[in-house]
Design a protein around this ligand. Structure first.
Ligand SMILES: *[C@@H]1O[C@H](CO)[C@@H](O)[C@H](O)[C@H]1NC(C)=O
Ligand SMILES: *[C@@H]1O[C@H](CO)[C@@H](O)[C@H](O)[C@H]1NC(C)=O
Length: 402
């Protein structure tokens, strides 16, 4: 009875070792290969160039900064190539993790225009590798890179930007290594959110860059980003618009209420100036004019014009008051001089050769301003918003229709 139990155990042990052997046969074969494997030498050293297929999975995209003109992207960089030396003929592919992947040759890819990058190693280096029985190797690494992106800000904030990811081999020229990035190998995390931008799509391109040190194969992925201008509508466009409207309202305030109108004009100018300064601080210093600059300059000019209009209206008011006063005093003096039979006080008296007396009235006294300050205000109430609407039509048509 007891021997029967031992038989079963023996059977189970042999079965288990059989299964273990069957699953282990690839690893053991690969380990044997690795005994005299030189990772310094590329696959097919004497043969044609090694072709590496690149795939990119964009996990997150962030900090697209205009001031430094760069962006950072966290991605899975996937590379597939065939290393005939690693054809182990096993029944399944062998998986390597973390630092174990260092035992093999792998492409020396670097990012062109890279400023800063991070290798992720929590909890273990984020690298994985799979070796198939026919020697095809798949390597995936997770990294975050900050890349330069030359931005064209003429239409800011209604602009779209194309930011490129260039990948190249550092050491191997095209005659040794070719990189290809098929469009089907580029993926973006669904529901990805990018601050202030929307991702329109990713396009890929395979190019060759010519340097004095040789020609290098380059895989390029271009991210098309469109800026979401909604935040600028609420923080810049609407507040500026409201200030222009407030400046317009000042035309309804009596021109004689000088403190009210001057205060309103100066306050709106100061507010527009402060807002402009705040926005400019978040933008790079570029030599050209951006769309937002034109808007802010126009608002500043409109607000300034309302103050200028008041200065003119006030001048007209002064003229009116003066002419009313002088005509009143001339009338009064004329009456007096008729009573006393003397020349009017405000007239000039000249005696010509014949001895006749001619009198001149000063020109000012007779001249009433053609436009009263009230009429000017009335005119401004229509012309000012009209001009602003006209500016808006041209501005939005120019920047939104193209
Ligand atoms: C591994 O096992 C499979 C069958 O399971 C066999 O066909 C293959 O030849 C074995 N490979 C090696 C390298 O032993
Ligand atoms: C590099 O490419 C250019 C043109 O694309 C070619 O004229 C030149 O011979 C190439 N240089 C090498 C070293 O292959």
């Amino acid at each position: 009875m007891i021997y029967w139990k031992y038989d079963i155990i023996l059977l189970l042990v042999t079965l288990c070792t059989r299964i273990a052997n069957a699953t282990d046969n690839s690893t053991r074969a690969l380990n044997k290969i690795l005994l005299d494997y030189d990772k310094k030498i590329r696959p097919d050293q004497e043969g044609p160039p090694t072709t590496v297929t690149i795939g990119v999975y964009v996990e997150s995209l962030g900090s697209i900064r205009e001031t430094t003109m760069d962006f950072s992207v966290t991605m899975f960089l996937r590379q597939t190539w065939t290393d005939p030396r690693l054809a182990h003929g096993g029944n399944e592919e062998v998986i390597f993790k973390g630092d174990d992947t260092e035992k093999f040759w792998y492409p020396d890819i670097f990012f062109l225009y890279e400023k800063n990058s991070v290798k992720h190693d929590v909890t273990i280096r984020n690298v994985g590798m799979r070796v198939r029985s026919d020697g095809e190797v798949f390597r995936s690494a997770r990294l975050t890179v900050t890349l330069a992106c030359n931005m064209d800000l003429y239409e800011f904030p209604m602009d779209s930007q194309n930011c490129d990811i260039f990948m190249m081999s550092y050491a191997y020229p095209t005659s040794e290594l070719i990189l290809t990035i098929p469009q089907t190998e580029v993926f973006v995390e669904p529901n990805i959110t990018i601050p202030r931008f929307t991702l329109k799509g990713v396009k890929t391109r395979n190019t060759e860059l010519v340097y004095s040190t040789g020609n290098f194969s380059c895989a390029q992925a271009t991210l098309s980003l469109e800026r979401q201008m909604q935040s600028y509508v609420l923080t810049v466009y609407v507040p500026n618009l409201l200030l222009v409207i407030i400046a317009w309202l000042s035309f309804w305030i009596d021109a004689e209420a000088a403190p009210a109108r001057v205060a309103l004009g100066v306050t709106t100018i100061l507010t527009v100036t402060t807002m402009t300064t705040n926005i400019q601080e978040t933008l790079p210093v570029v030599t050209y004019t951006k769309a937002i600059d034109i808007w802010q300059a126009a608002c500043l000019i409109f607000v300034f014009l309302s103050l200028l209009e008041y200065a003119f209206a006030n001048y007209l008011l002064v003229l009116q008051v003066k002419s009313q006063r002088t005509s009143y005093s001339i009338r009064k003096l004329d009456e007096d001089s008729q009573q006393t039979r003397k020349a009017p006080a405000l007239s000039k008296i000249e005696r010509n050769e014949d001895g006749n007396v001619t009198t001149y009235r000063p020109a000012l006294a007779q001249k009433e301003p053609r436009l009263s300050s009230h009429q000017l205000d009335k005119l401004a109430r229509i012309v000012y918003p009209g001009a602003f609407v006209l500016f808006n039509v041209f501005y939005w048509a120019y920047y939104l229709i193209n």
